[in-house]
Ligand binder design. Structure first.
Ligand code: ZN
Length: 330
């Protein structure tokens, strides 16, 4: 297996690395609306490229491997169930052949047709067992349904049985909340995506997905989508204000965050939130992501190499946790 050895000699495997194929560029329309047209055109060029700019950028930043995912919202933007199934297979087959041509540089997250939960579970199993994919990456909601919906139990069950994580990535919301009216610039990665995705993670916890599937693993990007900063208050008010009488069988809300949730550094190259996440979640639950091409690769890798944390924790975040959780043989 050909892996790059960076001068600083720390292997790095990044988990939030996006791409697109020409047939599915149109699914990105709602994400395009959060950017200027010129910026989006540039992004589509970078998302579609693998060899000309991406691998040289990886080499420059000392990034050994990208775990690739179809850009948000991906297949979930499809309203036709049958088309969602066939396009999932199309993009997953493409990704499999790309990985086969560049072993050691690329790995993959499956795109799933959640429009048909049973088909999604089957596609997860096909891509994990036959292609060696690392799990699946889901973008926000699927046609207005969130991952705590009982219909998706079949997907969680299959993911837990295969021992692969589900990566929950942001996507444009179903609607624009009243609070953003007059300030639509806040809609997107700048603010609303983090709130929405952290909220969906809380739905998954309080919807008792992890009570039903105790070994399921959920990965959140962007340094945990605001959750690590919020654990104490979430428990304190849960104990006092649980007015709907929800009974969590496996502890307080924060216990689920610490046990079932893993986070990546994607799109955040800043020591303050990393140190918070380390204290809140522990180094075994943090992995690196770059959010390429929406952020630069070197920004993420240089940040981690220079972060004010121990070399032991750095190695866990850079590659050891990925090797363990994604069953990667680097
Ligand atoms: Zn991303």
């Amino acid at each position: 297996m050909s892996t790059l050895t960076h001068p600083l000699n720390m292997k790095i495997v990044a988990l939030e690395e996006h791409f697109v194929i020409p047939e599915l560029v149109g699914y990105g329309a709602s994400t395009a609306a959060t950017q200027t047209p010129a910026a989006w055109q540039k992004m589509v060029g970078l998302l579609s490229d693998f060899l000309e700019k991406r691998i040289p950028e990886m080499d420059k930043g000392g990034l050994d491997m990208q775990v690739l995912s179809l850009n948000s919202p991906g297949i979930q933007a499809e309203s036709d169930r049958q088309v969602a199934i066939s396009n999932s297979m199309l993009v997953n087959d493409f990704l499999m052949s790309l990985i086969a041509q560049h072993p050691g540089r690329f790995a993959g997250w499956a795109a799933l047709p959640l429009q048909d939960p049973k088909a999604a579970a089957d596609e997860l199993e096909r891509t994990v067992t036959q292609f060696g994919f690392c799990g699946a990456l889901i973008n926000g909601h699927c046609q207005g349904k969130y991952l705590d919906h009982p219909d998706f139990d079949v997907v969680w069950e299959r993911a837990a049985a295969l021992d692969v994580p589900i990566y929950l990535h942001p996507a444009p919301a179903v609607d624009v909340a009243h609070v953003y009216q007059g300030h639509e610039e806040l809609v997107g990665p700048i603010w609303s995506w983090g709130v929405d995705t952290g909220t969906q993670a809380m739905r998954i916890i309080l919807g008792k997905v992890f009570d039903r599937h105790p070994t399921a693993k959920l990965i959140l990007g962007h340094m945990g989508e605001l959750l690590p900063y919020s654990l104490w208050r979430m428990d304190s008010r849960w104990e006092r204000d649980n007015r709907h009488g929800i009974e969590l069988g496996l502890g307080r809300p924060s216990d689920y965050v610490r046990r079932n949730i893993y986070i990546t550094t994607s799109g955040v190259a800043s020591a303050q939130p990393l140190l918070c996440a380390l204290l809140a979640m522990g180094a075994d639950h943090i992995l690196i992501g770059t959010d390429y091409p929406f952020e630069g690769i070197s920004v993420a890798t240089e940040f981690l190499r220079g972060a004010p944390i121990s070399e032991i924790d750095k190695a866990k975040i850079a590659h050891q946790n990925a090797e363990r959780i994604l069953h990667l043989k680097c």
